[in-house]
Design a protein around this ligand. Structure first.
Ligand SMILES: Cc1ncc(COP(=O)(O)O)c(C=O)c1O
Length: 376
């Protein structure tokens, strides 16, 4: 008789602390010295170590990736009424800070080659809005955008570039880390990211002074004075010393996590690759992805909803590809440049479980459930 016991849940991507307990060592240090907050050696260390890992001159540890995007826009001089180009296929956190700055997002379509910002649509957008102030590029699901093409276009128009690399820590484009091509890059350490601090973000840039300014804004813009003196609007956006300790420990296992995510992707490719109408997210010879989420599109008789439902029945988490921003009730009033690529990716896409704690048995459970749909 089949067991009625609920099978253990398989997650899309959930926190995975190091086997070695690195995170606890740093957190313990903060506790032992009573230096749990506000700033401290873990914050300084995490900034230094992350900047070194990605190859950037400086970094500011913040309370979230969203806060980092917000301060990057501010550092780039984006203010009221300014136009900012933003990929439509992304999480809303990429676009929300544009509104925080009272600026105007213009959404740009993806291409099938990268799933990221289409250089062709970007050129069209520049023709339509030559006065644009900044461009945000996203590296979705750990896949790199085509940075050479995008940077060429942006340089031609002398516009600031912010890379939302929230999902792409550990991803390299032509050997250079994502998030280091533009004027500013941001990373997220939210609970579902490749490494996590429970919540947090990082702003990186080679412009050391602008990063120092961002740290200033992030600590309520306190002027240098004995009393509390403020000449500018401030934010409470700094990362705490405890949280940064988790980040320092997690950074030590980033390469391990990328290796496991890559293993998961290869496993799915091997097992599901032949199924009719099923295609994997794009591979480009210049891209070394971190494979944050293994994602597929479907064009045959099996639809995304069939996969979501079949996996959920087995207590396995999966989810659709991001719903484009220009289709979101809150953002639909803003202009969109492109065709129907991002809409199609949303309609046909599935993000498969890519949790680094998954065993081969877990992966087989996922694969067996999906394959079963092609046998019906
Ligand atoms: C593409 C993208 N941008 C921005 C963010 C925002 O990061 P956070 O949750 O740390 O604010 C996320 C993740 O949450 C994301 O996936």
């Amino acid at each position: 008789m089949e067991s009625t016991k609920v099978k253990e849940r398989i997650f899309l991507s959930s926190p995975h602390m190091s086997d070695e307990g690195y995170e606890m060592q740093y957190v313990k240090e903060a506790f032992d010295t009573n230096w749990i907050a506000p700033l401290g050696e873990n914050v300084n260390g995490f900034e230094r170590e992350l900047a070194e890992k990605v190859g950037s001159k400086s970094a500011a540890a913040l309370s979230s990736g969203t806060a980092a995007i917000h301060l990057a826009l501010k550092a780039a001089g984006v203010g009221e009424g300014d136009i900012v180009f933003c990929p439509t296929l992304t999480f809303s956190a990429t676009a929300n800070p544009i509104i925080y700055q009272n600026a105007i997002p213009i959404f740009i379509d993806s291409d099938y080659e990268t799933w990221n910002m289409s250089p062709k649509a970007l050129e069209e957008a520049f023709e339509k809005y030559p006065e644009v102030k900044a461009v945000i590029v996203v590296h979705l699901y750990g896949l790199s955008a085509d940075m050479d093409k995008i940077m060429d276009i942006c340089k031609k128009h002398s516009v600031a570039v912010i890379e939302d690399a929230a999902e792409s820590l550990g991803t390299y484009y032509k050997g250079k880390h994502t998030g280091t091509f533009g004027d500013y890059g941001i990373f997220s350490f939210n609970g579902n990211k490749i490494i996590t601090t429970s919540g947090g973000g990082m702003l990186v840039s080679n412009n050391v002074e602008r990063v120092a300014k961002a740290r200033f804004w992030a600590t309520q813009s306190r002027d240098q004075a004995r009393h509390y003196q403020h000449s500018e609007l401030g934010f409470n956006y700094r990362m705490s010393n405890v949280v940064a300790g988790i980040g320092r420990g997690q950074l030590k296992v980033l390469d391990q996590r990328v290796a496991k995510k890559s293993y998961i992707f290869e496993f799915y490719k091997r097992e599901l690759g032949g199924l009719e109408g099923l295609e994997f997210m794009p591979s480009n010879e210049w891209d070394e992805p971190n494979y944050w989420l293994s994602s597929i599109t479907l064009s045959g008789k099996v639809r995304p909803i069939d996969i979501f439902e079949a996996l959920e029945a087995e207590n396995i988490e999966s989810r659709p590809v991001w719903k484009p921003m220009h289709m979101q009730p809150f953002f639909e009033k803003y202009d969109f440049v492109g065709t129907d690529v991002s809409e199609k990716l949303f309609g046909n896409g599935v993000c498969l479980p890519s949790d680094t704690k998954m065993t081969d048995e877990d992966l087989e459970r996922v694969v067996k459930t999906i394959k079963g749909l092609w046998l019906e």
